[in-house]
Design a protein around this ligand. Structure first.
Ligand SMILES: [Cu+2]
Length: 241
């Protein structure tokens, strides 16, 4: 074999090894839980929300607006469920992520309806409406605050202790409510469209997972995650009784 050909083969071989490592890396680092939260049985119908008390809110919804307490798709996929690790984590502390979570007052509703954050993570409160709001979380285990917020002028707050979940009201608009959940660790997820959730990078171990819904209650399951394993877990809530 001449030297030039050997050199080319060597380069090809090294590239092949590097490609194989690159392809392996994400899967070997990926452990966690993913799944879907569903509701079975008759889901309570969304009720009409009257915003007549503030015409500037009402005019944002010419077609009307309905409550967002229980939102499920045709297959039962349930939104706004918080799925989190409730037991099994070692006693270590977790720093809050550097990025802020956001809750927006938009159309005189809270978007998203359920927010989950880490303890001491910044929560940015945004008023995108052309009216005054007054955001008032009512915690059992954290410092209570209550802030008027004119249009624009975002404000920032934090919660120091774990709490699932803190009810939030607007003191100006009685129909406005939401929930803020606070965790001392990063292993939580709020279900979106279709009811799906994912807890990423959960180290191998045995955990209790809890699913929380503001109207349908809680449900728990135990899961054991092995090395290099992502488990599929579904939760089912029963509605209508
Ligand atoms: Cu308001």
């Amino acid at each position: 074999m001449n030297t030039k050909l050997f050199g080319i083969l060597l380069v090809v071989a090294v590239c092949a090894i590097q490609n194989a490592r690159a392809a392996d890396a994400p899967t070997s680092a990926s452990t966690g839980v993913r799944g879907v939260v569903k509701v079975e049985g008759p889901v309570p119908k969304s009720a009409h929300v009257s915003m007549a008390a503030d015409p500037s809110c009402a005019k944002l919804h010419p077609g009307g607006v309905v409550t967002d307490d229980v939102i499920a798709d045709a297959g039962g996929g349930l939104e706004n469920v918080i799925v989190f690790v409730s037991q099994g984590l070692p006693g270590r502390t977790f720093d809050p992520p550097p990025q802020a979570a956001v809750i927006e007052q938009k159309g005189c509703m809270y978007v998203p309806h359920v927010v989950a954050i880490q303890a001491n993570q910044k929560l940015e409160v945004v008023n995108s409406d052309n009216t005054m709001h007054n955001i008032h979380p009512m915690p059992a285990n954290n410092r209570e605050w209550n802030k008027a917020q004119p249009p624009g002028s975002p404000l920032e707050e934090t919660f120091a202790r774990e709490e699932v979940a803190i009810p939030v009201r607007c003191n100006v608009h009685p129909w406005m409510h939401s929930y803020i959940a606070v965790f001392k660790h990063p292993y939580f997820s709020v279900t979106g469209k279709g009811g799906s959730f994912e807890l990423k990078n959960l180290p191998p171990g045995t955990y209790t997972l809890e699913a929380w819904h503001e109207k349908l209650g809680t449900s728990t399951q135990t899961v054991t995650i092995g090395a290099n394993e992502t488990k599929s877990i579904d939760f089912v809530f029963k509605a209508g009784h």
